[in-house]
Design a protein around this ligand. Structure first.
Ligand code: API
Length: 280
């Protein structure tokens, strides 16, 4: 049986498994993610974080989304795996680990975990307006390790969820904004914070919080409206604190802080992987 831990950052939840010896192939990890992320019939999660060995850094983090696709980076996931790696002795409280989107520095002070993202280059950002719900909604899109589109839409919470979902799915499509599809954030500026809700590629639904999405909302708000470089981003599942630094023209660095909670540890049974569902 496979050992696992379950963790979440603001309700963005993950199953963490270790693969330091390379026991599980990429296909096996993708298949495992599809099976164990199912809500109600298995463990349930937005994605699977895999801790693998790294020659240069403390470890290598991989993210498999609930649909089995692999994402390059995950902000809340990075905070969760940092907490896990610290608790399990894979790393000290200040650590650096590898991801497909480059190295990430993290610092853990339980239950808090902060990550420092690598560079976010906005020189090629995409910008436009989308007509929906009788409004012209401005958007900007760029990569925060993974592709993000941020729509500034005051009052988005008053729109029925299904209608927001179909708009997000339209924008999320491969080729609509980015060839590989996009995570879609609805954002509104409040006095001292940003309210946000993210539709995640690979989960294919809104999640309770998205770390790279929170960074994207803060940066988009700074670029479009000159908002402060440090902001709280309120997601349905909790608050992520974002701090941006301009490193050179159109290149930013960002840190992301919030709680990363480990809520369970155990063994995944064969029954959690079974295909059986519904009535016979
Ligand atoms: N929830 C994650 C983002 C996952 C990215 C994934 N949905 C993809 O684009 O493949 C976060 O906290 O940053």
């Amino acid at each position: 049986m496979i050992s696992f831990a379950k963790a979440h950052g603001n309700g963005n939840d993950f199953i963490i498994i270790e693969n330091k010896e390379g026991t599980y192939s990429d296909d096996r990890l993708s298949d495992l993610a599809k099976k164990i992320c199912r809500r109600k019939t298995s463990l349930g999660a937005d994605g699977v974080l895999v801790l693998e060995g790294s020659k240069t850094f403390d470890f290598y983090m991989r993210l498999f989304n609930a649909d089995g696709s692999e994402g390059e980076m995950c902000g809340n996931g990075a905070r969760c795996i940092a907490r896990y790696a610290f608790e399990k002795g894979h790393a000290k409280s200040d650590m650096t680990f590898e991801t497909k989107a480059g190295p990430i520095r993290a610092s853990v002070n339980p239950p808090w975990a902060t990550i420092d993202m690598g560079e976010i280059d906005v020189s090629n950002l995409k910008e436009g307006k989308i007509n929906a719900f009788g409004k012209e909604i401005p958007y900007v899109a760029f990569y925060v390790g993974v592709p993000h589109c941020v729509l500034f839409f005051p009052g988005f919470r008053d729109i029925p969820r299904d209608s927001l979902l179909s708009l997000a799915r339209h924008i999320r499509r491969k080729g609509a904004i980015f060839d590989e599809g996009a995570n879609v954030n609805f954002a509104e500026r409040n006095k001292d914070c940003i309210g946000a809700m993210t539709y995640e590629r690979g989960v294919e639904d809104f999640t309770l919080s998205c770390g790279t999405g929170s960074i994207a909302c803060c940066l988009a708000s700074h670029l479009l409206f000159g908002s402060p470089l440090a902001m709280k981003v309120k997601n349905p599942g909790g608050v992520n604190k974002v701090a941006l630094r301009l490193t050179s023209e159109k290149v930013f660095e960002a840190s992301l802080s919030g709680k990363a909670l480990i809520v369970a540890e155990g063994l995944i049974t064969e029954e959690a992987l079974s295909e059986e569902e519904g009535f016979e």
